[in-house]
Design a protein around this ligand. Sequence first.
Ligand code: AGP
Length: 606
Amino acid sequence: MCGIVGFTGSRQAAPILLEGLKRLEYRGYDSAGVAVLDSGDISVVKTRGMIKNLCEMTHDGADVKGCIGVGHTRWATHGVPNDVNAHPHLSNNGRFAVVHNGIIENYAQLREELISSGIKFKSDTDTEVVAHLLEYYGDEDAKVAVMKTAARLKGSYVLGVLCNDGRLFAIRESGPLILGIGVGENYFASDVTALIAHTKNVIYLDDGEFAELTPDKITVYDCTGSPVTKPVSRVVWDVEAAEKGGYEHFMLKEIMEQPRALKATIEPRIKDGRIVLEELGLTDEELRDVNKIVITACGSASYAGQVGRYVIEELCRIPTQVEVASELRYRGPIVDSHTLLIAVSQSGETADTIAAIRECKEKGARTMAIVNVVGSTIAKLVDHVVYTWAGPEVAVATTKGYTTQVAILDMLAIYLADKLGRIDKERYDQLLGDLQEIPSKIQRAIDLNTHVQYLAERYYQNRAIYFIGRNLDYASCMEGSLKLKEISYIFAEAYPAGELKHGTIALIESGSPVVALACYERLFDKMVSNIEEIKARGAKVLAVALEGDKRIVSQADDFILIPRSDPLLVPIAEIIPLQLFAYYVAKANGCDIDKPKNLAKSVTVE
Ligand code: AGP
């Protein structure tokens, strides 16, 4: 969703802001703008559409002079995407320029109040109230005006505020904001990817804090204006990791990176033949105290949770439920101190997931998170955190984020089963052995690339594709169908194969394409019967099965055979051809793969 950057130093600000915005493009946006201060005047350039339009309008920033400024990519919430609604928004006296990520929930009331005191509005956004409030309180020192304004706002707001007296502020309430420390220059941004070309030394602001930046100094304050001492963290990601590296799309690059991401996630956590999850910070006694697990997340992260649920229940025999965060948060979750809430999130900034964690925490649940972004809101909110080491994920459609989440859930299940004494040594060793082989098996699944591309070219013209499977295969179906629909806009839905007869089979007619996952061997015969049933009604079946499954080869119209491993670990390899399938189908349809329409990478508003 919206991206924010800010800069102050002795270099020209606009080119730096534009470059930062380009690195935030992946978050999803529909307009962009910058505000730069020069000799007491703030110039604002903003436009609907792509950042490249902004670059053209400003000759890559060269036309906008000044060494201090803010930039923004907007993902419309209040008001259509147009030039006027694009950020930055200026106060009527030209003293303040504001960029905002989030939603100001009481904006309508504030707008009424400001209008009745004679203030004129230009846009339909909730953000504009901030610029006018700053002007309203602007007789005071700019820092005081910022504090008084922030105190009036309800909702989620990450703000960048540029004042025409040369002061620059960054304010955080319920949204991502990171401060970058340079040499003789300082920055802020929604995301480290916008900063890593300049600095790896960062400060993570907490909710309710704000910062004033000068070229030589960053001062962080709490909401009362008292200075706060913040630790400086070092970012481990490098610039190359956040670039395409020769691939046509980030999504393809990230698919290909999975062997490495999985190795980085799994390998350091296996020591002397044991899974070591000390970072979790849960004692054996605390683990034994857990009698229920609730996994919460959104989208693909919730499907990773679905895989985790099957594995945890089978190995640990602890009742485990998965509930999407947007439902859980409003359902009065039944949790207590014996419940372990596991939140799963790549970005660590998903608004619904954050709210669901807060809700369960309040009700006494022990909370943990599986997160990719270090220092993110979710990582800081929970009692215990385990990081996936996937590296920066830029494509809106998650790939390495998802598989590394599944890997952590698998490891957690094995670890917990061991602590609870519910797994014998032989099974433990065998699972551990297979776990260590995952990166090489994923590479073998990726090697199916050309074959999957060929298949995608046979299926890309369909307007609806069904996915069926049982047990863990069904969990993978959900993720496979989401991948396809979000980037190719083809209707794709996942059904438990056993449910077909209860309704869905009515949709099957001659030529209906069905992706049938038949990797879960314990229910293989049942899946073969389901495939027969749909074939008898004319379905065209693309089956995904394990190497050596001859019956599938003879039954399906098309097939993909993936490497074998322990049945509980198969979903990681199984999803690879489905990611590639979605990618090539979207490509054949000419879709904007990395930035699908209407979607944002990081969903920081409800
Ligand atoms: C998946 O491809 C998505 N774009 C989306 O469903 C995503 O997984 C979801 O929004 C959750 O994001 P998070 O992992 O950053 O919390």
